[in-house]
Design a protein around this ligand. Structure first.
Ligand SMILES: [Zn+2]
Ligand SMILES: [Zn+2]
Length: 259
């Protein structure tokens, strides 16, 4: 199973830089988790192969270029782009993004071969299939309805916290999952901004360290930290390294991680 965090920031030469402004992961070149930078940063191959996208919550950094991705592909799609989300999130996308004002309602449109977009609602706690994967979502603790996820290809398994502060159900699910190869978990703000992290429902390195005690199993899982706010990146990275948690690494945009 391979995964990339797509880049969302580039230098003058057009090369990806480590700052993460948007969130979009691509698994096995086929499935995306969130779609912040999808239209900007997929490879040409991925543009042809990614047709299934899970949206964890409707914050702009997680959906920013979803409309553009579908727009780009409009004429050539032979199957719809499938957007998997809870009904609550689908309602926000339909009412506030694909509402004919901000962007066309692609779920009502087709090209000469196919519908161009289709919603696939899922319920938290119920496993669903997505391309070659199985996934299950749980509610996490963010300021809008947001899900964390566990997804598996039957052999390897990844867990995504999405955006969250202290939470319980996610860890219960992680602890009862037989195998976790990697945990992708957010660490948005430095420790001195703990209060801001709390009101916006995100982690700091210190609160993340405490939170990781809830992971009772899978001590050998890789821990990849993500969603570090670019303006505080240096400090957050320093604080994360100072935690000296074995297996904890900063996930680098554009790199491929494989299990
Ligand atoms: Zn968010
Ligand atoms: Zn976010």
């Amino acid at each position: 199973m391979k995964i990339q965090l797509l880049p969302s920031t580039f230098n003058e030469a057009g090369e990806a830089t480590p700052e993460q402004r948007l969130t979009c992961y691509v698994i096995d070149d086929r499935v995306a988790v969130d779609a912040g930078s999808i239209a900007l940063s997929v490879t040409e191959e991925q543009r042809r192969t990614v047709r299934d996208i899970i949206v964890t919550h409707p914050h702009m950094d997680h959906i920013a270029t979803l409309p553009i991705f579908i727009d780009d592909l409009f004429g050539e799609l032979t199957e719809p782009i499938r957007v998997y989300a809870t009904q609550e999130v689908i309602d926000v996308l339909e009412n506030d993004i694909f509402n004919w004002t901000v962007y066309p309602r692609f779920s009502e449109l087709k090209n000469d071969k196919s519908k161009v977009m289709e919603y696939v609602p899922f319920r938290v706690g119920e496993e669903f299939r997505i391309a070659h994967l199985r996934a299950v979502a749980v509610n996490v603790n963010h300021i809008v309805p947001t899900v964390g996820l566990i997804t598996t290809d039957g052999e390897h398994t990844l867990a995504f916290s999405s955006d969250t502060a202290e939470t319980e159900e996610f860890w219960q699910l992680v602890n009862r999952t037989p195998r976790i190869d990697a945990l992708l978990i957010e660490a948005s703000f430095p420790d001195y901004l703990a209060q801001l992290a709390e009101v916006s429902r995100h982690f700091t390195p210190a609160s993340l360290k405490k939170e990781l005690r809830k992971m009772k199993k899978h001590k050998d899982a890789d821990i990849l930290t993500v969603h570090i706010k670019p303006s505080y990146r240096e400090q957050v990275v320093e604080e994360l390294k100072a935690l000296k948690i074995p297996k904890l690494r900063i996930m680098e945009p554009g790199e491929t991680y494989e299990w």
